[in-house]
Design a protein around this ligand. Sequence first.
Ligand SMILES: NC(=O)C1=CN([C@@H]2O[C@H](COP(=O)(O)OP(=O)(O)OC[C@H]3O[C@@H](n4cnc5c(N)ncnc54)[C@H](OP(=O)(O)O)[C@@H]3O)[C@@H](O)[C@H]2O)[C@@H](O)CC1
Ligand SMILES: Nc1ncnc2c1ncn2[C@@H]1O[C@H](COP(=O)(O)OP(=O)(O)O)[C@@H](O)[C@H]1O
Ligand SMILES: [Mg+2]
Length: 286
Amino acid sequence: MQELDEKILRQVIKPRPQESFKGTFGKVLLVGGNHQYGGAIIMAATAAVYAGAGLVTVACDPLNVTALHTQLPEAMVIDFHDQTALTKLVAQVDTVVIGPGLGTEAASLAVLQTVFAQTKAAQTVVIDGSAITLLAEHRLPLSAGQLIFTPHQMEWQRLSGLAIADQTPTANQAAQAKLGGMVLVKKHHTEIYASTGSWRLPIGSAAQAVGGMGDTLAGMIGGFCAQFRTDVTQAALAATYAHSAIADQLAENQYVVLPHQISHALPAFMKKVAQSGPDHQIGFMN
Ligand SMILES: NC(=O)C1=CN([C@@H]2O[C@H](COP(=O)(O)OP(=O)(O)OC[C@H]3O[C@@H](n4cnc5c(N)ncnc54)[C@H](OP(=O)(O)O)[C@@H]3O)[C@@H](O)[C@H]2O)[C@@H](O)CC1
Ligand SMILES: Nc1ncnc2c1ncn2[C@@H]1O[C@H](COP(=O)(O)OP(=O)(O)O)[C@@H](O)[C@H]1O
Ligand SMILES: [Mg+2]
């Protein structure tokens, strides 16, 4: 297992080409946010927008639209119960993030089935939160897209069948091989498994143990994969590293770090990375 380090940031986050427009930087659809968990999809969408995705659309329960637009007017929105609109939109995006606050009721399952059935091999699909729990409960046919699973340890237990105590690197790698795609087992020192290797995140702290922290990571991964799509694995690794690197910088002066603070810090952090040389310590606050 390789230690992930700061180099991954510079490998992925480059100065933007000036000959460009919003379409150059990718289209992301985020699906989730039922009646109970509107905050989750707002945090995920905020992360995708602040990470630099060119166009961001949210498919959620219409109850959350006013709250979403109050925080994030940059995002477009559709009702996730509208199967026709959802199907049409899935076909138009590069990346789908599904699961933050999706819930596990019948309507949530129908939404997940539509997204899985409509996504194609060229698309990246980030599967988080309730989508992982639903998948573990219902054993659905998987999406044809490039899959990135982002379970916390209990979600990984549900999906892989490995009890938390048995989630060793060897067992996790074998479970990833069976599942396909990329798997981030989120915890203190998150582990990432892909068919091309495995990585351990050596940074991050208990200041991040706040609801919504994973929703924010899922949105960041979506934003990075859509924008830096030449290598989706590298993009997901860079997003994971950036999420905790920003949290560590904020935690120098804060007892807890709120998920939205990571998103709000992203543009300045990414600017520093894009203009930094190989020996430069990246600190967006200094
Ligand atoms: N503001 C919002 O709208 C928010 C909405 N959210 C949305 O809620 C949905 C449900 O997601 P969820 O993660 O909250 O619940 P679930 O999947 O039942 O897992 C919790 C169970 O697993 C256990 N557990 C063991 N190890 C663990 C570990 N390392 N990390 C975490 N848990 C661990 C844990 O143990 P316990 O805490 O009880 O000791 C408990 O028994 C999902 O869609 C998500 O996006 C949230 O993001 C919050 C903010
Ligand atoms: N003690 C900790 N040390 C480092 N990272 C942590 C710690 N606690 C939580 N995190 C990080 O916070 C995120 C939590 O994800 P998740 O449980 O899905 O949150 P939520 O669903 O509430 O958004 C993960 O990225 C995890 O690695
Ligand atoms: Mg989560």
